[in-house]
Write a protein that binds this ligand. Structure first.
Ligand SMILES: [Zn+2]
Length: 234
């Protein structure tokens, strides 16, 4: 019996569709960002201006703002209560910049209000870091030694990764909804530009759906291998 997951055509069959979805989602995000980074927002505010304007009134005066290198690397760090904005978002006066800043403030609101899926996601992080390298090793060792119980422990690790990407979905969708509400309530967008902001955030959300599809298809592939459907003598 010969085991090489990355050269198994069945592996491609399982993983290729979600890989293509991930590539498509990446392309959508890049193109939506490229398009709406050229559309000026109605108030002529930079992302940084907008963040400063919104944080205090929504009770997030304690949140720090820092720069972060790269493009589309914007995020909120719940450990340090810091909003990290990329150059293009912090200093851009576009619809895209506002959409992204308000999404990240959405995460800061989740953190401040103890939004349960965010807490759950945070508590899973250490387990995910460990299992991302332990799970494949366990699977390989269990498989090569003919010890299914060890291999199943590896599969449990892949299942944990799938749960993590599942919990990420409500966190991201909810942050986008909060962001769109902020855009409206602070009169930063309405009608056409609100729709454009939603397009940027929906494209970003699709990347998280693709990530879930990838972890699920990987999980299914290893379950498929272990349950013996693809045992080949070679
Ligand atoms: Zn997010």
């Amino acid at each position: 019996m010969f085991f090489q997951p990355y050269f198994d055509p069945m592996y491609l069959l399982f993983v290729l569709p979600s890989l293509l979805l991930a590539l498509y989602a990446q392309m959508k995000v890049r193109s939506a960002y490229a398009r709406y980074t050229r559309v000026p927002n109605r108030r002529g505010l930079t992302g940084l201006d907008a963040a400063r304007m919104v944080l205090g009134p929504v009770g997030l005066g304690h949140v720090q703002i820092e720069g972060t290198p790269g493009e589309l690397t914007d995020h909120y760090d719940p450990r340090t209560k810091t909003l990290r904005l990329s150059q293009g978002v912090a200093y851009g006066r576009s619809v895209a910049a506002l959409a992204i800043v308000m999404h990240e403030i959405g995460h800061a609101l989740q953190d401040a209000q103890g939004y349960a899926p965010l807490k759950l996601r945070g508590s899973l992080v250490p387990a995910i870091i460990v299992s991302s390298w332990v799970a494949p090793v366990m699977f390989m060792v269990g498989w090569l030694l003919g010890q299914p119980s060890i291999a199943w422990l590896g599969v449990a690790g892949f299942a944990a990764a799938a749960v993590f990407s599942l919990v990420t979905l409500p966190v991201e969708f909810n942050a986008s909804n909060r962001g769109l509400q902020l855009l409206q309530s602070f009169r930063l967008a309405d009608g056409e530009d609100l729709h454009q902001a939603k397009e940027v955030l929906d494209a970003a959300a699709l990347t998280y759906v693709a990530a879930l599809a990838q972890t699920l298809s990987t999980l299914l592939y290893y379950v498929f291998l272990l349950t013996g459907f693809s045992r080949r003598d070679s």
